[in-house]
Write a protein that binds this ligand. Structure first.
Ligand code: NAI
Ligand code: KPL
Length: 308
């Protein structure tokens, strides 16, 4: 399979680098990472030990692929969608492995070529040309609206050929919303409280996290997804336990003074809830507090367009 990875940062470089052991892969990213990969290949450390030589580019013009994986941060999705739907690029299928609800934006630009995906691998970009796998997880891929899918099965088989743990899932809407509900509970709370995930096992942080997760499950049900508040809270407790020693990605972003994905996580819960007439006060407060921090640091676009 010819694979293009749009957003060769931590996750994209890890997944793309592992796929390059078996498939023709082009990593699309930015310098100095792209330049280093061209000169010396990509080194993968941590849970894997590999030195691979994918193609690397900073533009998609002139590229073609059977599959494009989208691994930019959620707030760069619009740019990814615009690039991948451009005239100079020829892509059969697109699959996001991002956190947050980004598929709508991709589908608007790329139509029914878009599959949903989730990834629970852990990745860190340690230096240009070097990525570390901090946790072996699993990739799930499937139709945005759910259902059996030959094309998702083909993608999953290609991932497995390269040694990644990957399954096609006919229940992607529920899987996406459960992951969103867990991220809604963990990420912003841990970032604002400046605590590792394990601290969310105890009150009062656990109570705030559970309220955010329960609100997300209520919105999911309004969207037609079969996710109870109890199931979502059970998933939250499991992930808190399994990742107790982690700093969540949002806590890491705040520590590094980077823009967070709060709009695509808690903000998305608020916006979807509003469409259904549902109040989501905990998610709204979390999104507003992190938004205020991002504004004060000059990390958000000044015109208030959350997705730029
Ligand atoms: N890092 C991880 O372990 C995991 C990350 N995720 C999700 O995956 C997504 C990506 O996360 P990370 O890899 O950690 O972020 P990252 O910031 O390391 O990677 C994103 C990369 O995209 C590049 N990029 C952005 N716009 C671009 C453009 N127009 N052209 C070319 N390159 C562009 C950036 O330069 C950056 O290197 C996020 O939604 C995150 O929540 C999900 C599971 C695990
Ligand atoms: C599962 C969790 C919460 C692990 O830290 C995560 O996805 C993140 O940090 O973004």
């Amino acid at each position: 399979m010819d694979v293009l990875v749009f957003g060769a940062g931590a996750l994209g470089s890890l997944v793309g680098g592992l796929l390059a052991r078996e498939h023709a892969v082009t990593l699309v990213g930015r310098d100095p990472h792209v330049g280093r990969i061209r000169e010396d290949g990509l080194r993968i450390s941590g849970e894997f030990d590999a030195h691979v030589g994918p193609e690397a580019a900073s533009e998609v013009d002139g590229l073609s692929a059977d599959l494009a994986l989208v691994t930019v941060k959620a707030y760069d999705t619009a740019a990814a969608a615009a690039a991948l739907s451009g005239e100079g690029v020829d892509i059969d299928l697109v699959c996001s492995l991002q956190n947050g609800l980004t598929e709508g934006e991709l589908r608007a630009a790329l139509g029914d070529r878009v599959l949903a995906g989730t990834a629970t691998y852990g990745a860190e970009l340690v230096d240009p040309g070097r990525v570390r796998c901090t946790g072996v997880g699993r990739v799930h891929v499937g139709e945005l609206d759910g259902g059996e899918s030959d094309r998702a099965e083909r993608v999953a088989a290609a991932f497995r050929e390269a040694g990644l743990d990957c399954e096609a899932d006919p229940g992607m809407p529920r899987r996406r919303w459960e992951k969103l509900a867990v991220n809604a509970g963990i990420n912003a709370v841990s970032a604002l409280a400046r605590v590792r995930n394990g601290a969310l096992a105890e009150p009062p942080a656990a109570d705030v996290a559970e309220r955010a997760t329960r609100e997300a499950a209520r919105v999911a049900r309004a969207e037609g997804v079969d996710l109870t508040g109890g199931d979502a809270r059970a998933a939250l407790r499991t992930v808190v336990g399994e990742t107790a020693g982690n700093r969540s990605s949002m806590f890491q972003d705040v520590r590094a003074e980077r823009r967070t994905e709060v709009d695509a996580i808690n903000g998305a819960v608020v916006e979807r809830g509003r469409k259904h007439g549902l109040e989501t006060p905990t998610n709204r407060t979390l999104a507003e507090l992190l938004g205020a921090w991002e504004t004060a640091r000059g990390l958000r676009p000044a015109d208030g367009d959350r997705n730029r």
